[in-house]
Design a protein around this ligand. Structure first.
Ligand SMILES: [Zn+2]
Length: 363
């Protein structure tokens, strides 16, 4: 009797366990049945042939009407061309070209352009939490060589590591006034809302910039960014569902928040390095719903047809004032159902009031 009871209980609990497992599996892995957004956006070779528009946030969105920066210009060269990440909102591409000209006038030999965005933005297969809505660009801290590099050279040439790994301070033998001038020029544009650099670079600027220091407000310390800096412009006109980031504080950022970066706290090893990244979990349901239409929209005949030439593509350069952000319902609802850890990654972390956090993926 006892045996029978136990056996029957055993069966029932097995069944319950199996059902529970099924339910758990169903709950935990809706993503398995649905394609990951990074696979869909990572496969796009061309932008949409529609008006430029950004949807969502820098770290959770997509964009339409992208244009490519030409592989070469008189004052720039595109690096790592095989990645096909030289796409952006026309306003950003125009600004990068302007920066390249202004930088040369300031004494910098020309820009080496790193990743901008995929043709239709969205999460990437590798690297970068942000760069999703066509408004972020990485620019190398290595001066452009005085020759046109081959494709192979652009794939393999190393960037210069500007910061000592152990002290987190800039390598003084490498830093020049021209580096400072380049960052100052980039920060001078009203469209640019923030520039991400390694904390060591921020400290170098804090310690050495004389006279006008107002632009330091836009220079934000962040992990990585020791080979390149990251220039971010604000939401552009014509993108009503583009979500503004928080405004930077008014001060130069050289005080307490910077000091935090020179404590042990930010550099502790990630306790869970194998945890999935946001880009590994995001499905289309997590992105603004317009991103489905962005994937489905027709493209141009070729990359050449969508390459920026400075005049053929209408450019809106006036950034809106950074007022309180209004988040449309479509993007607000897109965060539902995400694991909380994912939400922590989605807004690019800022350190106005620094709190310990695990080191996020490269940005
Ligand atoms: Zn970047």
């Amino acid at each position: 009797m006892k045996t029978a009871t136990r056996s029957s209980f055993g069966k029932r609990s097995l069944l319950a366990a199996a059902l529970g497992l099924l339910a758990l599996t169903g709950l935990a892995q809706p993503a398995a049945a649905e394609e990951r957004a990074k696979d869909l956006f990572g496969a796009e070779k061309l932008p949409t042939a529609t008006a430029p528009q950004s949807f969502g946030f820098y770290s959770k969105g997509c964009f339409a009407g992208g244009v490519a920066i030409p592989m070469d210009g008189p004052t720039w060269q595109v690096m790592r061309p095989s990645r096909n990440r030289r796409w952006g909102h026309p306003a950003l591409i125009a600004l990068i070209e302007k920066l390249s000209r202004d930088a040369v006038a300031d004494g910098w030999p020309g820009l080496l352009i790193g990743d901008i965005a995929q043709p239709r933005g969205g999460p990437m297969l590798t690297g970068h939490a942000s760069h999703q809505i066509g408004l972020d660009a990485d620019i190398w801290l290595t001066p452009m060589p005085d020759r046109t590099m081959t494709r192979a050279q652009r794939e393999t040439m190393s960037a210069t590591l500007m910061v000592d790994d152990k002290t987190h301070l800039v390598k003084d033998a490498l830093w020049t006034p021209a580096h400072t001038a380049l960052l100052k020029r980039a920060a001078s544009y009203p469209q640019v809302e923030r520039i991400l650099v390694n904390p060591g670079i921020k400290k170098k600027l804090c310690d050495t910039v004389k006279g006008d220091r107002s632009w330091l407000r836009k220079i934000r310390p962040f992990w990585g960014h020791d080979y390149h800096f990251h220039m971010r412009i604000g939401c552009q006109p014509g993108s009503p569902t583009c979500k503004e980031q928080e405004a930077t504080p008014d001060d130069d950022g050289c005080g307490k928040p910077l000091a935090w970066w020179f404590t042990q706290e930010p550099w502790r090893p990630n306790k869970n390095p194998d945890a999935p990244k946001a880009r590994d979990l995001m499905t289309m349901a997590n992105l603004p719903r317009e991103c489905r239409a962005v994937l489905d929209a027709p493209g141009p005949a070729s990359a050449e047809a969508a390459t920026y030439n400075g005049s053929a593509v209408p450019v809106a350069v006036a950034a809106p004032e950074p007022e309180a952000p209004s988040l449309p319902a479509t993007t607000a609802s897109s965060t539902e159902g995400l694991p909380s850890a994912l939400n922590a990654f989605t807004a690019t972390p800022e350190v106005g009031v620094p709190v310990p956090r695990p080191r996020p993926p490269g940005n």
